[in-house]
Design a protein around this ligand. Sequence first.
Ligand code: ZN
Length: 285
Amino acid sequence: MTESTIRYETPAPGVARIVLARADKHNAINPQMIYDVNEAFNQAVRDESVKVIILGADGRNFSAGHDIAGTVEGYQADTQQNSPGVSSWSDFTEEYTHGWYAAEKETYLESARRWRNLSKPTICTVQGKCIAGALIFAWVCDIIVASKEAVFSDPVVTFGVSGVEWLGHPWELGARKAKEFLFTSDSWSAEEAHRLGMVNHVVERDELDDFALAMAIKIAAKPAFALKLAKEAVNKTLDIQGQANAIDQAFSLHHLCHNQNFRKFGYGMDTNNLPKVANVPKKEA
Ligand code: ZN
């Protein structure tokens, strides 16, 4: 039995907290973490005593994003081995685009959509770095509280991909700032993310958990059904504006980039520009 990548806590009546507990790896997201988080969300949703769910993380950084310290084949095999069937996709170990598309659709796109539509309010607390795939964890939550030193980035254009798998950027930042964020791969501060409307509140690092918990307790005092439908009303508004279709479309373009990189580098990303942690083989020249 593999050790869990998360902790499940109940810090106050009516509040569940899911904590990413892979701090030694900067909470890098692997398939097991996706499924651990998914199961924890399910547990919180099914527990009638839970009204609000907090998603946080141990350590200095919220998360370094998707764990790319391995091969595409390894990721696909992990997905095949760990998947309880979050989406209707399968055959994750098929070769070429078939298996890679299926694995990313399951673990990044469909999982994110499930969490975004959970029937209870969610609050994400972000400290330190929140990079690429980590943005998905934050964005699918209803409210984001960041500590002052938090920084956000999606550097995947540098690695030859059009943006992280869940293209929330235009909705979170506005179209022009979304383009700048993607084109430059720059890291933006919590204050800047707050100014753009992506982050609800910025607080001192040592106040982050207490601030989010106080807000969760305040929300938990409201009628559960009204909370659920308030959330659904806002999410449906975004859906009617086309958010879901736009994100699906962007996911397809993301995979067009993966395919281009497979052909050029033998890996889904530009291997010349990946960070050093990525233990991927360089294609022979
Ligand atoms: Zn991808």
